[in-house]
Design a protein around this ligand. Structure first.
Ligand code: UN1
Length: 507
């Protein structure tokens, strides 16, 4: 790092404003900005003893926090939301510096955190169980939801802070302590969030020690959390390869895993689609965040009747979109996270070419002052068949385009991949849209109409099927994943009628 590097200087200033003390981190792992490749800070890995201590502290915190009334727990989350509001510009900018998102997306990520805090505050008064009819006279049945226990949250670089907050805001109101292992590629934003949470805790007063802990580090930190029986819930976001290991290891000890893994998301453009709207939605879905969302649009099925009207328009957008330093005005596509991501993109495109695909874009882009970084023009790849790299998630801005003749085939092709996260249809035909949303339509956790596959709101349950892992986070009833259900039958009579009419007369 040169002292003059403006990105490093800005990161240092942001961290100072956000209250992060760099001293304890000196000598730790170097963190590089994908914008320029320059080192913007250091973060010390958490050693095995510290991980052990953290789990023990979280377990102690659980004994206290579960006794705090849920609406009071919600007050703590409300204060976290206030701190995030106050720090939105700085934290959003730090997201941009650390993972290369354009500023509007960096701030959008912090907004997503604020939104889920607001949501969780309301939820803290709505952790409702059911009253159920008993088949026995003078009995009643009911359900309660109790806190599950320590929740470990393992996050990926691409949403370095928002995904933590989806889990943490819910877990905290549900009565659970949270241990967060952030991505090794994005630990600085995690340290900043830790400081904001500490500020909220100081204002709240009486937050048990160890309620929210951040453990930067590598694979070993995650593995310890995954295997420890004191960790009730492991919520992990990342690749299917990672999730397969995490899921099996958590299951082996009968823990609970919430998995949010790969996506290979598709949209279908039908003859009745509003093409102006579709072009904009496809552009954001496929190129936004430089193709590095798990919800990124990766496959496009276009009906014959509109193929020649739509695809050349898309090719024009792809050729014209501004790729470059996200700190500059007008840039929509920033860098890939690292060189390995660029190589994966090149390999996928080469594989598609070898299969006869027509490729627009995909080449490396030189960006002034950013020679150490990895910039790529998004690629539009026309495929005659859904084969090879089109069946895989490459975490880069590649959109495979494929013609179709009838909707059933398009839906079948859409579903014919291992992942099942997000999907959408562009159509003004009710029969088509309802078929797409029906039980025999999209097999994904998310299915949208006349919009893209990415950019979900926090109010809905977020997650997907098949190799996406089956977990649900964020809105709807995802909170139940952080609680345990207790069913109670209560006899307020003088007799002991047994269920199912069973007799067991002892005199
Ligand atoms: C992710 O990429 O891991 O729906 C999460 C979206 C965002 C979240 C993406 N709200 O695109």
């Amino acid at each position: 790092m040169t002292k003059e590097c403006p990105i490093a200087q800005e990161a240092a200033a942001l961290l100072a404003r956000l209250g992060v003390d760099p001293a304890p981190e000196a000598g730790g792992r170097a963190v590089r900005s994908p914008i320029s490749g320059s080192v913007i800070g250091h973060v010390a890995d958490t050693g095995p003893e510290a991980v052990e201590n953290a789990i023990a502290a979280a377990a102690r915190a659980f004994a206290e926090w579960r006794r705090v009334p849920a609406p009071r727990r919600g007050e703590f989350v409300r204060l976290i939301g206030e701190e995030l509001r106050a720090a939105k510009a700085d934290l959003g900018r730090l997201v941009t510096l650390e993972v290369g998102k354009v500023p509007s997306e960096g701030e959008g990520e912090v907004q997503e955190m604020i939104d889920i805090c607001d949501y969780a505050v309301g939820l803290s008064r709505q952790l409702q169980g059911l009253a159920l009819p008993s088949e026995r006279p003078d009995h009643r049945m009911m359900e309660q939801w109790h806190p599950a226990g320590v929740v470990a949250v393992i996050t990926a670089f691409n949403f370095p802070v928002a995904v933590f907050s989806w889990n943490a805001a819910l877990a905290l109101v549900c009565g659970d302590p949270v241990i967060w292992k952030p991505s090794e590629k994005a630990p600085l934003t995690a340290l900043a969030v830790r400081t904001l949470v500490a500020r909220a805790a100081a204002r709240f007063g009486g937050v048990p020690a160890g309620l929210v802990q951040v453990l930067p580090g590598g694979h070993d930190v995650g593995a310890t959390l995954v295997d420890d029986g004191r960790v009730a819930v492991v919520s992990a976001t990342g690749s299917t390869r990672m999730g397969r290991v995490v899921g099996q290891r958590v299951a082996a000890r009968f823990g609970r895993a919430i998995l949010e893994l790969g996506g290979n998301n598709a949209s279908i453009v039908t003859p009745s689609a509003d093409l102006d709207l579709a072009v904009r939605a496809i552009a954001f879905g496929a190129m936004g965040t430089a193709g590095q969302r798990c919800t990124t649009l990766r496959r496009l099925f276009v009906h014959d009747a509109v193929y020649d009207a739509l695809v050349p328009r898309l090719a024009k957008v792809y050729a014209g979109v501004t790729v470059g330093n996200p700190l500059e005005d007008g840039v929509l596509v920033g860098p890939l996270i690292d060189e390995a991501a660029g190589e994966a993109m090149s390999l996928a495109i080469a594989a598609a070419r070898a299969l006869g695909a027509t490729v627009t874009g995909g080449e490396a882009v030189d960006v002034d002052g950013c020679a150490e970084a990895c910039y790529r023009r998004p690629a539009l790849v026309e495929m005659a068949e859904q084969v090879g790299p089109m069946l895989e998630e490459t975490f880069a801005p590649i959109l495979y385009v494929h013609r179709y003749h009838d909707l059933d085939t398009a839906i079948a092709l859409q579903n014919a991949v291992a992942q099942g996260l997000s999907s959408s249809i562009f159509s003004n035909d009710l029969r088509e849209t309802e078929t797409f949303l029906s039980a025999s339509g999209s097999d994904c956790g998310i299915a949208n109409v006349n919009m893209g596959t990415s950019g979900a709101e926090i109010g809905g349950a977020f997650g997907g099927e098949k190799e996406t892992g089956g977990g649900r986070e964020s809105g709807s009833d995802a909170w139940k994943g952080y609680m345990r259900r207790m069913t109670s039958a209560i006899n307020y009579g003088r007799d002991l009628p047994l269920a199912q009419g069973v007799r067991f007369d002892i005199d």
